[in-house]
Design a protein around this ligand. Structure first.
Ligand SMILES: Nc1ncnc2c1ncn2[C@@H]1O[C@H](COP(=O)(O)OP(=O)(O)OP(=O)(O)O)[C@@H](O)[C@H]1O
Length: 283
């Protein structure tokens, strides 16, 4: 927490990406309704909320992997819906995505997985990319012995670190993390959090502070990493007219929140949820 308070966004107030009145529907299911948020350059924004409330959908919408049904997304001052496929794919080269399940290619070695984005974007030949992959893997604490292995031969914590190395190799301006610690033991979770913190710090020291958006349920990660937190509430459980973003603020503010929906989540208490879920399942 102290660490989170000391951190300062590089250019506070300037948005890198903004969602403005975003609604996302899949068929007749509304996942997001009229959601607005901004991500400031250089900050670490953490998106929390219960499973299925639309956190991943929101994160994918921010980089144009999902197009909003209504509303718009503005990235670096430009509307995504006005960009062509070429411009969108160029924009995505500025983004590193650490997927929930690491999303590695099983048929490639660990080193080739990490080198892949550089080769794919034509930013390095295979040999140079491979050398850089080795450096990135060593920076996340993976020994040379894993380079030639296949992802399936690694533990979950190792795969997450490979996924992080692959996202970092393009030196992104925006890093998106989808549940980076899910499924890991507390020590390995903290290792991942420490790597995320160090990535932010070293980018700041180099004068090009990375902007990070992290989706997580893990309150330890939230309190350790967040400059700012946004909490989403499931659309199905909102009263008509209620906003879907039910909290926006700092780690200190969320701990002091008197909204029972927020404090219940922060404390990890089920409250009436089991009975509500049974009622929903029987409806
Ligand atoms: N491409 C898609 N097509 C149809 N429905 C989708 C699609 N992507 C997500 N959904 C639905 O949108 C809802 C929100 O999904 P999302 O993955 O954003 O939730 P989440 O808050 O990230 O959940 P979790 O914490 O469990 O990962 C879910 O009901 C999901 O089934």
């Amino acid at each position: 927490m102290a660490g989170a308070q000391e951190k300062k966004p590089a250019e506070a107030g300037e948005s890198l990406v903004e969602a403005r009145g975003v609604t996302v529907r899949f068929g007749d299911q509304t996942v997001l309704e009229d959601v607005s948020l901004h991500v400031e350059r250089g900050e670490t924004l953490v998106i929390i909320g219960e499973s299925g409330c639309g956190k991943t959908v929101l994160m994918k919408t921010l980089i144009g992997l999902i197009a909003p049904t209504e509303g718009r997304v503005v990235f670096g001052g430009k509307r995504l819906d006005k960009m062509g496929e070429k411009e969108l794919s160029q924009l995505r080269t500025r983004v590193g995505y650490v997927f929930q399940n690491a999303a590695l290619f099983d048929s490639l070695t660990v080193a080739d997985n990490v080198a892949f984005p550089l080769v794919e974007h034509g930013r390095a030949n295979r040999e140079t990319a491979y050398q850089q992959a080795i450096e990135r893997l060593s920076a996340v604490g993976l020994p040379p012995s894993v380079m030639a292995k296949r992802p399936a031969e690694l533990s979950g914590g190792m795969r997450k670190r490979v996924g992080l190395a692959r996202a970092l190799i393009v030196e992104p301006e925006l890093l998106l993390y989808d549940e980076p610690t899910t499924g890991l033991d507390p020590i390995m979770s903290d290792v991942i959090n420490e790597l995320i913190t160090r990535t932010c710090e070293s980018s700041r020291q180099q004068g090009a502070a990375v902007t990070s958006v992290i989706v997580t349920h893990d309150m330890r990660s939230v309190l350790k990493l967040a400059d700012r937190i946004v909490m989403l509430y499931p659309h199905t459980r909102l009263e008509p007219g209620e906003p879907q973003v039910i909290f926006e603020g700092t780690p200190d503010e969320i701990e002091a929140s008197d909204d029972p929906r927020v404090s219940q989540f922060v404390r990890g208490e089920a409250g009436e949820r089991l009975d509500e879920m049974r009622a929903e399942a029987n409806a």
